[in-house]
Design a protein around this ligand. Structure first.
Ligand code: FES
Length: 100
């Protein structure tokens, strides 16, 4: 079915472009503009945008899937970390003495 009559884009073209983009980059945000660019085209009147978006939403690869996201790694805290808190010595006092 033709979705965009100005550029003669079919629903198969849109799904193929989305599948290709998702395979190339699992974390990319896929927009109608990116679909047009993937097809080597530019939109003209944008009258197809509601149907274009509906077609995109029917593609199972449109959303970024959490399982495809990169795992989040916290850096390990090393013993020689200069930002690590230094415990105060129990013999050294910084409080003013009563003799002063
Ligand atoms: S119908 Fe798609 S840009 Fe005109």
């Amino acid at each position: 079915m033709i979705v965009c009559h100005c550029r003669n884009i079919t629903c198969t073209d849109i799904h193929s472009a989305i599948d290709w983009m998702r395979q190339a980059d699992p974390e990319t945000l896929i927009t109608p503009r990116k679909v047009y660019r993937a097809l080597g085209l530019e939109p003209d009147c944008a009258g197809c945008l509601p149907l274009f978006l509906d077609t995109m939403r029917r593609n199972g690869n449109l959303a970024i899937k959490p399982a495809q996201a990169r795992p989040f790694h916290l850096p390990s805290i090393k013993d020689d970390d200069p930002c690590k808190a230094i415990p105060r010595s129990s013999t050294t006092s910084t409080a003013p003495s009563a003799a002063n």
